[in-house]
Design a protein around this ligand. Structure first.
Ligand code: 6CM
Length: 259
């Protein structure tokens, strides 16, 4: 899937817009995105990851980790959806105009700055979950891709990804509002697999499958009872991935395929 030599930084840089490359956040964006892609493409290895949800092609794993008494369980999910591409998947996840349609945990979303066509700064307030305080988050979001026109197979590096990662924004200091600030690092990655049967003819939606990897680490930032938090994640992550992929299927079903 990847060799230790794969220079993800270089590939991400090649895909980025000039406006992103010139921004002061760029070195951090490149480092975090490369790290997220590398770990998303890594297998589960032995031991550590426990499968906690299995629903058709969708599998969700977590590692139980606590930091300073707070649950920060890393999550890794894999899924396969027929009829959409990795590019379409990441498009609907990245662009703010669709977010209220699919993000069930959202109270409000604000675009703080559109740095470039492929990098946006967000402030989000999430719905309060009893008995904990309401949460908010400030993060950059970056859309990237590694093309490989020749070889759209599982072992090619081609993929689309959106990475969200917390950043401090002077305009939105933590605990400036009533909310407790959460810290997140999230990647949604999609690889399009084209059925060999489509070779030599026009590709139809039936011929494509999107291999999805979603990884998330969320630090709740302040007190939240561990058992409630784990129960919330167990309910919300599968709900999100099912709802979001169904949304992308619905949005794209009558549109030309965007590879
Ligand atoms: O990745 C997802 N959404 C992105 C766009 O909104 C973004 C958001 C991530 C934040 C997810 C955290 C929500 C949970 C907030 C509650 C935390 C603690 C409350 C205490 C409870 C006792 O990257 C989809 C996110 C799916 C979330 C399950």
């Amino acid at each position: 899937v990847q060799t230790p030599q794969t220079n993800w930084g270089e590939l991400i840089r090649a895909a980025a817009t000039n406006a992103s490359l010139k921004h002061t956040y760029w070195p951090e964006i490149e480092r975090v995105v490369a790290e997220q892609i590398r770990s998303a493409r890594m297998g589960l290895g032995k031991g550590a990851w426990q499968l906690f949800v299995e629903d058709g092609e969708m599998k969700m794993y977590r590692r139980e980790v606590e930091e300073d008494g707070l649950v920060v369980d890393p999550l890794k999910a894999t899924h396969q959806v027929k009829g959409i591409t990795g590019r379409e998947l990441c498009h609907y996840f990245f662009y703010p105009e669709y977010r209220y349609d699919w993000e069930g945990t959202l109270e409000t979303m604000n675009v703080v700055d559109k740095i470039a066509e492929d990098t946006i700064l967000f402030h989000q307030i999430h719905k309060r979950i009893w008995p904990a305080a309401q949460r908010d988050a400030t993060f950059w979001s970056h859309l990237t891709h590694v093309p490989d026109e020749e070889n759209k197979s599982e072992d090619s590096p081609h993929m689309w990804a959106t990475v969200n990662s917390s950043v401090e924004l002077p305009s939105h200091p933590p605990n400036g509002g009533k909310q407790v600030r959460i810290y997140l690092t999230i990647i949604l990655m999609g690889q399009t697999i084209i059925s060999p049967a489509a070779k030599g003819r026009e590709i139809k939606r039936d011929d494509i499958t999107c291999k999805i990897t979603y990884c998330a680490v969320v630090n709740p930032g302040g007190w939240a009872p561990s058992s409630v938090l784990r129960a919330v994640y167990k309910r919300e992550y599968p709900k999100f991935l099912k709802r979001f992929t169904a949304y992308v299927l619905e949005k794209t079903k009558n549109l030309p395929i965007k590879l």
